[in-house]
Design a protein around this ligand. Structure first.
Ligand SMILES: NC(=O)c1ccc[n+]([C@@H]2O[C@H](COP(=O)([O-])OP(=O)(O)OC[C@H]3O[C@@H](n4cnc5c(N)ncnc54)[C@H](O)[C@@H]3O)[C@@H](O)[C@H]2O)c1
Length: 374
């Protein structure tokens, strides 16, 4: 076995990586806690039949690190974490037992990590864990939870898009602007509704015929094929389906001036920074743009419980955060995604320094003589 867990944790800055193995209920899980300086590590639970352990480990470590930056930039008092369960996402027999066991594991971590729905898991799974653990979030609204995060994610994408327009065109008026939306699922459909209200010209694609019909019937959008979406003369490209759609095969085809969407990991990797910059495209980093979901889910842990006004205010602030990232990107002469990570780390560092200073003052107060002369 050549899985260098500690080396990887050191490279990425993880605090803790925990493995859970309960073969009697089919539970093989990894929880990665990246950073808890700002608060408990919140991040979804992914259920997937990984090809091997290294692949699962790589996924959970990468995703948990991303959650740290997403929550930090969203101004949440939450850290970053993620979990992966290595099993068939379609499993039904024994599913309940497996999630109850995982809930026990969460209790074992005593709130350092809070889980939520993610790829392969559902609100039903969250509700099972919730039976015995308060460290599973994103549950039904009629049970006091935050409900579907998608409308908040879409609202955040919309706010980021307005900020990008303000920056690029000096106006956040979307009237007549051509926006291409890739994927009209939970997030994409809500986004299309807002774009329609704002008077944008909308083109969409999806692999799901029913979703396309709904978008066309309700909002009169222009429907194109999943391949043709890259060749449109849209000013704004909004990926809201799958990751890595901005890649060497598509970048030369995209004519947009702004990339701003809800999908995670929109760029193939950092090799896309140069072609995006050369084409003078305004790139809004995905984890800044799509933070509405984590804001809503995280809102369940506020004192007094989930509160729509608080969540909405935080989501609306994605407008300011996007502007700040784009401005700083210009000032620091670095790609927006790089700057967004820098800003997220700076907030964590400031919190760490504040905490250290409080500790120092407290220890000065409790000792008779203090080297600082206090
Ligand atoms: N739901 C949230 O609150 C949330 C929060 C943060 C990030 N995201 C990310 O946003 C994206 C969309 O999330 P969602 O909840 O709307 O998912 P979803 O599954 O409801 O919607 C995705 C849509 O994309 C379509 N699709 C799949 N492959 C496609 C392709 N090749 N071309 C065009 N369409 C395709 C699907 O048919 C579906 O309609 C995902 O990447 C997700 O990780 C979602």
């Amino acid at each position: 076995m050549n899985v260098q867990v500690l080396a990887e944790a050191q490279k990425r800055g993880h605090e803790q990586v925990v493995f859970f193995n309960y073969p009697n209920v089919g539970l093989r899980a990894i929880v990665a806690i990246h950073n808890t300086v700002l608060g408990p590590a919140l991040g979804g639970c992914r259920l997937r039949m990984y090809e091997n352990e290294s692949q699962a480990l790589d996924d959970v470590m990468r995703l948990s690190e991303g959650m740290t930056y997403k929550s930090s930039l969203a101004g949440l008092d939450l850290g970053g974490g993620k979990s992966v369960l290595i099993a068939d996402p379609k499993m039904s027999a024994g599913r309940r037992e497996m999630f109850l066991k995982f809930a026990e594991c969460l209790n074992n971590l005593n709130g350092r990590y809070i889980t939520a729905e993610d790829m392969g898991t559902s609100v039903a799974d969250v509700m099972i864990m919730r039976e015995i653990s308060k460290f599973a979030a994103g549950f039904a609204q009629d049970k006091g939870g935050s409900g579907d995060p998608s409308p908040f994610t879409a609202r955040g994408v919309f706010q980021a898009m307005l900020a990008a327009c303000e920056r690029r065109y000096g106006s956040k008026d979307l009237k007549g602007r051509h926006v291409s939306v890739q994927g009209v699922g939970h997030v994409g459909m809500f986004l299309v509704e807002m774009l329609k209200e704002a008077g944008a010209k909308i083109s969409v694609c999806d692999t799901n015929e029913a979703a396309l019909r709904e978008a066309k019937d309700k909002f009169g959008v222009n429907v194109v094929s999943t391949d043709a979406i890259y060749d449109l003369d849209a000013q704004i490209y909004s990926p809201c389906a799958i990751g890595q759609t901005v890649n060497p095969q598509t970048i030369g085809r995209l004519k947009c001036e702004i990339i701003c969407g809800g999908a995670n990991n929109q760029l193939l990797d950092s090799s896309m920074y140069a072609p995006i910059t050369e084409r003078k495209m305004t790139y809004c980093p995905d984890f800044v743009v799509n933070a509405g979901g984590v804001i809503s889910v995280g809102g369940e842990y506020n004192q007094g419980g989930w509160n729509r006004t608080w969540v909405t205010q935080k989501v609306m602030n994605i407008f300011n955060t996007t502007l700040r990232v784009l401005d700083e990107s210009d000032r620091r002469k670095r790609f927006p995604e790089v700057v967004a990570v820098e800003l997220a780390k700076e907030r964590i560092k400031e919190a760490e320094e504040r905490r250290a200073s409080v500790r120092a003052t407290a220890s000065c107060g409790s000792s008779k003589s203090c080297a600082n002369g206090h």
